[in-house]
Design a binder for this molecule. Sequence first.
Ligand code: BEZ
Length: 212
Amino acid sequence: MSLHIGDTAPDFTQDSSEGPVRFHEYLGDSWGVLFSHPKDFTPVCTTELGYVAKIKAEFEKRGVRVVGLSVDPTTSHKDWIKDIDKTQNTTMNYPVIADHDRKVASLYDMVHPNADNTQTVRSVFVIDPKKKIRLMITYPASTGRNFDEILRVIDSLQLTDKFSVATPANWTDGQDVVILPAIQDEQELKTKFPKGYTVVRPYLRTTPQPNK
Ligand code: BEZ
């Protein structure tokens, strides 16, 4: 199935390292990050899952629940998690879906046959509290993800949902943002951006981050 930004994230029930996960129920009113990896007991995946466990508090701060996934079975996940804990000096603290029948992989188009016929690629989905897909990124098996970038995008999505702004290239939380071109009325600009704004071009106006 081909998914797009703005689509409803497909719901599923599937086994995981922490027991069955009913996805929409598991997310509740939170944001969600669902990320797949190719295979258990592989080096890059080991570092990725360990890193996410280490920064879980950063996701929690933003109201985000994280879920990993691969097509390996629960027994394998549980054995591998012991290795992740030991080698990455962490304690795994979120479920890893055991997508043995590729039900979820198929719903989320996580197997790319021209890359590998059976293993999932490194997909990342960010899902909002209305269960809409807000970000989709796909990485090749050979490249570990930058999860700080995922946090950065979540910061941007949560900010731009609340204010009439967008975030420029390489923006990070606390930096100036840009005003949406649709906002042209002077009174509205003054009300929405009381800290003022700079007109670089009529279509490019910067303002301090409104909630800082
Ligand atoms: C890894 O996680 O290290 C990996 C997995 C599949 C292919 C290449 C690397």
